[in-house]
Design a protein around this ligand. Structure first.
Ligand SMILES: [Zn+2]
Ligand SMILES: [Zn+2]
Length: 236
């Protein structure tokens, strides 16, 4: 299981996930459905186009939660247009954005959005910085975040760990484990094991392990411990 064609779909009764795309440095976009509830994960560039096509306006306006794994542009590039679209279409119900504590990208986008549209925002936005990886339930889905290892280069050439999470999503006895962007790490190994679906990045472009992405062999090794797995974020 190497090359995957997007979108990727998985479904168990009325719990389903659709990965519109997951291309490193370009864009990610994921829609999660649990019963009547819709959630968005890692809204990269193009998410609005994909959600509009998939859901139509009415259901798009009912999206209750957004889950962000980390602030890299290929995971948050669509947040501005999503927030703005929901305002233009006069969303009334609140939207909660869950993100790793310290993710300045999400807080900056939110602050700029609030500043620009201070007089015309029609819905409440709850920013939920995840500080502790305790599980919680929102709109009938149980969410268990976990820390992962993901770094980025500074202009000095040094690397720094970015605030980064993976998420377990649990509904009706089934579990989806999404690792986000991560190097091989024990947390992911533990959480992916026996998951009904593990979504694993294989973003490294060769087989030399590093602290940014998993190699294909690392991702496959973890994937085999789950009931089913998708490899995503594979360089194109
Ligand atoms: Zn990425
Ligand atoms: Zn990243």
């Amino acid at each position: 299981m190497t090359e995957q064609k997007y979108p990727l779909n998985w479904k168990k009764k009325d719990f389903s996930i659709k990965i519109f795309c997951s291309i490193p440095n370009i864009a990610t976009g994921i829609l999660l459905k649990a019963g009547d509830a819709h959630f968005v994960i890692d809204p990269g560039d193009g998410i609005l186009r994909d959600l509009n096509k998939e859901l139509g306006v009415k259901k798009l306006l009912e999206i209750s939660d957004v889950f962000v794994t980390h602030g890299h542009h290929d995971h948050v590039g669509g947040v501005w247009s999503l927030l703005t679209y929901l305002r233009v279409m006069q969303k009334k119900s609140p939207l909660t954005i869950h993100y790793p504590d310290g993710c300045v990208e999400i807080e900056s986008i939110y602050n700029a959005f609030k500043k620009v549209y201070s007089r015309s925002i029609t819905y409440k936005i709850n920013l939920k910085a995840i500080k502790k990886t305790n599980g919680f339930t929102t709109n009938n889905i149980t969410v268990k975040p976990f820390p992962v290892i993901h770094k980025e280069y500074l202009s000095t050439g040094k690397m720094r760990q970015v605030p980064a999470l993976g998420y377990n999503f649990i509904y009706d006895g089934a579990k989806i484990c999404y690792g986000g962007d991560t190097a091989y790490c024990e947390e992911l190994v533990v959480h992916a094991r026996n998951a009904d679906l593990a979504i694993l990045e294989a973003g490294h472009d060769d087989e030399t392990p590093d602290d940014m992405h998993m190699t294909m062999n690392e991702a496959v090794a973890i994937g085999k411990s789950a009931k089913k797995y998708f490899l995503v974020h594979v360089p194109e």
